[in-house]
Design a protein around this ligand. Structure first.
Ligand code: CP
Length: 317
């Protein structure tokens, strides 16, 4: 594997999950693979899980790890070509990227959508510059339109907890006070489309995701109806995708918050969320603290998804 930015890079999902579970059983079996290899993790945005789980995964493989928070301690970076750099940005990404590439063997990048220019976000400008100019294998630690390490961990978790061969999985929009990217929802939908699960997306009108990510999923505007007989509820907020409201919060309607009464409509569904989560906006205390909440094992599987991806990237060096 030469890069990892979407589900398309990972190959057959059954093989990927099988490999991930083997790694989970014996995560220190490949400590020689990363010896004398360096991972650079680059964050344009904040992170708790991605930062720690990916660093741990790299250490499990024997790698050296460098972490750079671009907005804290590095020069401010210009990303657009043709800009007259007379402002506060001292360095252009087009010099910074090959320089960073010269210090490492693999690069992980986190760069969220700006939520102002849909075209720039959906062209993945920043991530693609790293792919094109770093000279190194690049993997996404959440980009403008996808969060594949999260989706891979979500899939591993569903495979571990499912009680039916083909569970019903529901992606539910839930309210949030601030505009969030569509990346987690897009990516989750994209990965679910590659499974044989029954997959339903529910959200208020106006929150339709990009058609290329919705694919053949069932879209149900009635959240109660969507939850009927579900085996997994995957909660997430996202801002509007459709013009003219791209990147906007259209509703903070707390009737969409996931609470006990809604979970009672399901077939004893497990509750999932990528975290961080705003309690009593996205989900009630009662639901996230219930025995059906699997948000902690889901987050723990981030180490496993990251290690599987890093192992494959190292094997291709
Ligand atoms: N789920 C996730 O990516 O968490 P962080 O933003 O804390 O990395």
């Amino acid at each position: 594997m030469k890069k990892f930015t979407s589900v398309e890079d990972i190959g057959p999902l059954d093989k990927a999950v099988e490999e991930a579970l083997e790694i989970k059983r014996n995560r220190f079996a490949w400590t020689d693979l990363g010896k004398n290899k360096t991972l650079l993790m680059l964050f344009f945005n904040s992170s708790l899980r991605t930062r720690l789980s990916t660093q741990k995964a790299a250490m499990n493989l024997g790698m050296n790890v460098m972490v750079l928070d671009v907005n804290q301690g590095a020069w401010k970076l210009e990303t657009e070509r043709g800009v007259i750099m007379d402002g506060d940005k001292a360095e252009h990404l087009l010099e910074a990227i090959p320089v960073m590439g010269s210090y490492c063997d693999i690069i992980g990048v986190r760069s969220f959508a700006g939520l102002v220019n849909k075209k720039a976000d959906y062209e993945e400008l920043v991530l693609n510059q790293f792919i094109n100019y770093s000279g190194r294998p690049v993997f996404s630690m959440e980009a403008a339109t996808r969060h594949p390490l999260q989706s891979f961990a979500d899939l591993i978790t569903i495979e571990e907890y499912k009680k039916k061969e083909k569970p019903k999985v529901v992606l539910s929009w839930a309210p949030h006070p601030k505009p969030l990217p569509q990346a987690v929802a897009n990516s989750f939908a994209e990965w679910m489309a590659k499974t044989d699960y029954e997959f339903v997306i529910t959200h208020p009108e106006g929150y339709e995701l990009a058609p290329e990510f919705v694919g053949n999923a069932t879209v149900e505007y009635d959240q109660h109806k969507a939850f009927m007989n579900a085996d997994f509820i995957y909660a997430k907020n996202w801002s509007a995708f459709k013009d003219p409201n791209y990147g906007k919060v259209l509703s903070t309607d707390r009737s969409w918050t996931i609470d006990r009464s809604k979970m009672n409509l399901t077939d004893g569904a497990f509750f999932m969320h990528c975290l961080p989560v705003r309690r009593n906006m996205i989900v009630s205390d009662e639901v996230i603290e219930s025995e059906k909440s699997i948000v902690i094992p889901e987050a723990a599987n981030r180490e496993i998804s990251a290690q599987t991806v890093l192992k494959r990237l190292l094997e291709s060096l």
